[in-house]
Structures are given as structure tokens and as C-alpha cells.
Design a protein around this ligand. Sequence first.
Ligand code: GDG
Length: 749
Amino acid sequence: MDVKNKTISMVNETHFERLVIAAYRLPFKLSKAKKGYKAIQNSGGLVSAILALSENFKNSNKALKNSKIVWAGIADDLPDDVTPESFENDKFDILPVTIPQQVNDLYYGGFCNDLIWPLFHYFPSYAVFNSDYFKAYEEANLKFCEELVKTIKPGDFVWIHDYQLMLLPEMIRQRMPDVTIGFFLHIPFPSFEIFRLLPRHWRESVVKGMLGADLIGFHTHDYTQHFLKSVRRTTGYECHQNIIYTPNKLVKADAFPIGIDYDKFHDACLKKAVLIEKQKIKKHLSSQKLIFSVDRLDYSKGLLLKLKGYETFLETYPEWQSKVVFNMVVVPSRDSIGRYQEMKKEIESTVGRINGQYSTLAWRPIVYQYKSLTFNELIALYNVSEVGLITPLRDGMNLVAKEYIACQVENEGVLILSEMAGAAAEMNEALIINPVDNLEMAETIFNALEMKSEEKHARLERMQNRISNYNVFTWAFDFFNQTYDTKEQQNQRNVKFINKTISSQIVSDYRKTGRRILFLDYDGTLVPFAKYPELATVETGTLDIIRKLSADPKNQVAIISGRDKKFLEKQFADANVSLVAEHGYYIKKAGGEWEATINTDEQWKEAVLPIMNEYVSRCHGTFIEEKTGSIAWHYRNADSEFAELRLHELMNNLAEIIRYKTDLEILEGHKVLEVKSGKYDKGQAANTLMTDQNFDFIFAAGDDKTDEFLFSTLSDAACSIRVGLSPSFAKYNVTDIPALLKLLEEFTK
Ligand code: GDG
């Protein structure tokens, strides 16, 4: 079984009933038909992957048999009399999205191409910031959303593509919370330093928009990491490895380097029409070697730098003059726009200058073409050229690099590839260069031309193996599969989420029982976090619930916190509750006095305090809270990324200090690092409060790692709840504080 069929047979095991694609442009050309219009799909990689997959889904999946793939997008030159029904295509249901010209100019021409494109390709000085752009971007995404929600059904897989639709996942999610959504970004996701140039509201909307998806795909690990960092910095959501814990669900971000339809390119080299094209090219070349490049006209492609590198090569290695031809194809794009027009002029004058300087009667060093090639011409050029010169300044992936490798049927080509292309992450065996370094480019062209066949073969074979294995089908399959894996993870987590049935069960258990104890953590559980700890005071409504619970003679309520005695006493002055302060160092039974659970020698503080103080000066916005049995370093108000870095350093430093003081431990809470004696914790405090008593209902709620001591100490019969999405020993999770308070309020009714 070939790779394509193997992949497809794996895909058959996935479970969706219909595929709905949304991408800015519809990959169809319209031609007048008897009734309405015939829509002919273009031959791009994505379309062929989707087509091949859908053909095979249909053979094995009953639901898919009668369903066509839906493709939503904007149609170029849409005639006025066109309606969705008038598109004829036997494989796709086409959903044309229409956006008024004026809005589209601001949306596509403006926000997408004058802002996101330059910014995400590291050309911030080309980025245009215009508030009308963002409004149009929202409007256009909404237009897509409105069209799509009319069509989307449960069981559909919605796959949204690229930077033109970054708000769409969340817009659909708002209207259809359970639908499966994947989002794939085809361009780079830049480092946070670049991303943060977007106005705050725009960048928050972009990040939250993308997080509406279940899975977010990028071409490389680096782009994924950049995105995760931007999520942390713009939203503060917790991220562990590639999982982002948003308030409602977990979302996965990962690298899926897009592949090509390898066989299509490889096999095309042997087709008759391509052989004819090859003959034509060879006739012009005599014995000269051919260097080839094809790029869309764009500043991200580094076209002038490529010419500079080639010129340096001619200058440095004069022995190669007359023996090599560089065929530079530039595909027309956006050339009605000033910047592109200028770039084109500059390229053409540079080509003219180099040709003027080096040409002879019999030889022209550069054959420049400003046009699109036919597929057969492209394949022939890939196949015939000794060197593929692919040197973008920035590129999400660059499929040309992969296609060039696939077309090396005789294994005689060498790929020179910019390290700034996403493809470089997968293609180590190419000759990797920095496109701004013209000396390196010149030397690399020389090395490529001089390379021995064995080395060429060895390099090509490795790349061909990789690219033929992880092709466009495997890529799409991997994406679908990972999305369902993520859904599975969400579901597993949902099992722990308290839904109506579970909540009624807990309330009914509560009501049936007569000796109950309730352990409630304070910060992040009963009270939201504030900028400074003293500002996080308990609200009247919450206090009412606690009072009512503690007034019930069947209940013992214990507030179990890392806070100090004084603070807790003040917050719960008139409630009949037990208090546990400093994670269990002090316990005060309801109506009783404070008691210390241990006697610690506090000399250790002398060693720890100066280190923590040092980190207060080294990390702006952090502060120290000193308690009887512990010292805490709070970093909630510091720059989160920087604080994370300092946190690890501080932990290492502290670990050194307390290595010989085995009774001390380092405790990580919510944006706080605490050093305390390891002889007590919330779990032990809870046990103390339950000593010699039999409870038939044990309840515990908390929100951070310190509460895990409590959860893990309780018996299986206990009902424990972690506030938030983080993994936990607790039996259940609730999304947030209001959800917990709602349950506690139910107890009081
Ligand atoms: C985005 C990202 C990422 C080019 N000239 C001709 C021609 N082509 C075909 C090539 C190739 C495609 O166009 C260009 O490849 P890119 O990789 O640049 O793809 P884009 O869609 O433009 O760009 C990019 C990609 O998405 C995929 O995720 O790699 O980084 O910017 O397939 O063969 N085809 C023909 N004549 C030409 O003159 N027939």
C-alpha cells in the first residue's frame, strides 16, 4: 500500500461526518454552465489533500457518503447573478461569502495585507496601523461566521485556515459551543516582541479568537512556542507543554509542518508533456548548469538579496561565468500597489545591471521572467535545474522547497534554503543559508555546483524519504486526529466537571447526611485574586453563604488557607467557623483559641530571607510576605514571562539552601512561591480537625497546588473540588469561583 493510501485508510478511522472548510479565497474558478455556474477547483495542495481524503471517507463512512465537503470563502469576480445553489460541483458544496468591496479593501487589503502580513513576517516598519482596519476585520470574520453557522451541524469538523480568519474560531464557538473546530496558520507566528506591537485590544482579540478552536496548528515548533508565549502574556491563561487552559476548555497548540502531494510532483517528471518542456529548456542551455527560483512578488521573499548573492557569486568565482544560468521566475502579485511596483522596478533594474555587466554575446547570466508558469513548465524547471535557490527572508513554510526535492527524480539537484523558511526546520540536508549574507550565499552556490553526485544523492534521499512520508495527506490526517485527541482530553476533563446531574447528586448526598465537614480554601476558591493580598477580602454574599453553612448544627466549616491568623480572623469574625492559617501551622477550632501545630525553629529564615529579598530587587513588582512559619515571594504583579524566569532561578537558589534542612519545603501556589516547614500541610490540618470524629459527608474545595495535599489525604468517599481546569487529585473540577459558590449556596437551601 502506498503512503497516500495508507494515510487515507488511517483517516477512515476518524469519526467526523462532514468537513467544513473556511479559508479566505475559494479555490474555484467559475465558468458558465447550463444552469448557473460550474465551479472548477484549482490544483493547490490543500484542495487535493481534502479531495483525496473525502473520496476515501466516502467509501467507508456512511454519513460521509451522502455529504459533500463544504467550502466557505470569497469568490473572485463573483458575477451578480450567482447564488450558492448556482455553483455546480459534484464534490463540494460551495458557500460563497460576500463582503462589500469597501469593507474588503480595509479587511483584506488593510488589516490582513498591510498589517498582519508584514508584522508576522518580521517587517514591522511596513505595518500600517489603522483603526478602521480592525473594525473591517471583525466585520468580515463575522460575515464568515454568519454564513457558516447556517450550515454547520453537530458532527461536522470545521477547519479554519489562516491569518484572514483568526477571529472566526471564537465567533463560531460562541454560537455553537460543542462543534469541533481546528485552526491552521499558514504564515509564521512571530515572537511576542513583534506581536505586542498590535494594539492591546487587537492582540487580545486575535489570541482569544484563535483559542475558540480545539486545536491550533502551526508549521514549526518555534511558531507554536511564540504563540504560547503570546497567550500567556496577553491572557494569563495557564499553559503546560502545548495545552492551554482557558476558562471553559483546554486547547492544544502544536506543530504540523504542511506537506505536499509528493507522488503528484515526483510522477509528473516522467510525464510526456513535462519531458517536452524539459527538452525545450535543455536546448537553450547547451552545457550550462541551471539555477532556478520561483517566488511570488513579495518583500518577504528576499528577491533583491538573492540577486545580490548571485552577483557576489559571479564576482567571486569568475571561472563559473558563462557556465551557469540563473532562471529567476517572479510570479505577479499585488503589483498595483506602490511598494510592490517599486520592488518590481528595483528587481528589474538590478537584473538589467547584472546582465549588462556580465553578459557576453553568447551568454546571459540571469533569465528573468515576471509571469506564472504552467504546472508542466514548473515541474520541468524543478527537474532540470542543478540548484534550487530558495532564499526568503521569512516564510511560513515554503512549499517550493519541498516540490523541488520531490522533482529530483534523477537525484542530481541541490537545494539551497534560507534558514528563515519554516521548511528549514525539516530539511537539514539542504544547504542552509542566511539570505542577508551575500558572501555565504555566493560560497554556497559554488559548493552546490561543485557537489559530488554521492553527496547529492545522500542528501536528497533523506529529504525525499521525509517529505514523501509526511505528505499533505499525512499532514491533514495528523491534524484531524490530534483534534479528536484534544476533544477526548476535553471530554475526560468534562467527566470531572460538575454538570447538573453531578451537582444534584452532591446536594442530595449533603442533605441525606447528618455529620458533615466542609474544608474551604480562601484565595482563588472563595475570593478572587487581587493585586495585593490585603485587597482580596471576602464579599458579603459569600460571607452570607459561609454563615448559613456554619450555623447549621450538622456542619463544621473550616477555612483552610495559607493566610496568617490575623487576616483570617478579621474576614470571618462573626462566623462560627474553624480556621486553619499558614497552611496548617495554626489551627483555631470554631469557638476555640489558636494553637500552633508544631514548634519550629525559625532560624532558617535568616538564610532564606536575604535570597528572597534579592529577587524582589531583581524582579520588579514582586514582594515578600513573612508569616510565622513561612516566607512567601509574590509575583502576581510582575511581568509574567520575566517572573517565570526568576522563579526558576529562585527555586534553584532556595533548593541549594534548604538541601541540608530536610524539614523545609518549597511550595508553589498561585503566583506565589513559599518556603515553609514540611512538617505540616493542609492535609494534616484537615486530619487534625477530623480526629476522633466520624463524618458522613466530607467536602473540600481549593484552587492550587497547596490544596492538593488536602485532596490527596481525604478518603475516597469525600467530595473534593478543584476550582479551575488544572489537573488535580480532586474528584471534580468547577470552572470558576461563582460555580463553586453556586453549589455551596444550594447546600444552604
Ligand atoms: C502560504 C505561506 C506556506 C508558485 N508559482 C507558480 C506555482 N506556484 C505554486 C508552487 C507552490 C505554491 O504556489 C507556493 O508555495 P508557498 O509555500 O509559497 O504557498 P502560499 O500558499 O503562497 O503561502 C507559505 C503555504 O501557505 C502553505 O502553508 O508554505 O509559507 O506563505 O505550490 O508550486 N504554480 C504554478 N506556476 C507558478 O508560476 N503552476
